[in-house]
Design a protein. Structure first.
Length: 175
């Protein structure tokens, strides 16, 4: 058992003694490499000193207020005569979904009455006609034909007004 513990010690001693050879050629290579490569560093460029700016808002528009500010200290209310969403009406079921997630899947006609059939993302079929609403942007159905349902959406124009945008639900391909 004592011999087994001595064997690793002897192996370690022999490995360490092998590392102590002549290294003059390595030292000569390092010295020649150091002498060959002399680098130079360019002078740092001079930067102009930073000039501070004190913002005095007496004659300049406040950058954190909307541009609709006329200078009276209050935001001007725009009186747009354009389209506006109807705030008081009850929401219809298809207004819970974006228009691009709805699909026209059919058409019903009884005498002169025509209805479009629209499938929502949950798989439910809804019967619609002109005057119904669909989509999350206050979309109003304006026409139903055999191949499509035309919708006019009200979207914000970014300046506290609204603009009309046309959208179409085309007849879905059968799977």
């Amino acid at each position: 058992m004592a011999r087994l513990s001595v064997l690793p010690m002897l192996g370690l001693a022999s490995v360490l003694s092998a590392c102590g050879g002549d290294m003059s050629d390595l030292e000569q290579f390092i010295d020649s490499t150091k002498n060959k490569h002399h680098g130079s560093v360019e002078q740092l460029p001079e930067f102009p000193p930073y000039e501070t700016f004190e913002y005095t808002y007496a004659n300049i528009r406040d950058p954190f207020r909307p541009q609709t500010d006329i200078g009276t200290g209050a935001i001007a209310q725009t009186t747009s005569s354009g389209p506006r969403p109807e705030a008081q009406r009850l929401k219809e079921p298809l207004e819970s979904y974006p228009v691009d997630s709805l699909k026209m899947v059919g058409l019903l006609q009884q005498k002169s009455q025509i209805w479009g059939l629209v499938k929502d993302p949950d798989g439910m079929i809804h019967r619609v006609q002109p005057g119904n609403f669909a989509g999350q942007n206050h979309g109003k159905i304006v026409a139903v034909s055999e191949t499509r349902i035309d919708i006019v959406e009200l979207v914000p124009d970014g300046l506290s007004g609204w603009v009309n945008r046309d959208a179409v639900l085309a007849m879905a391909e059968e799977n």
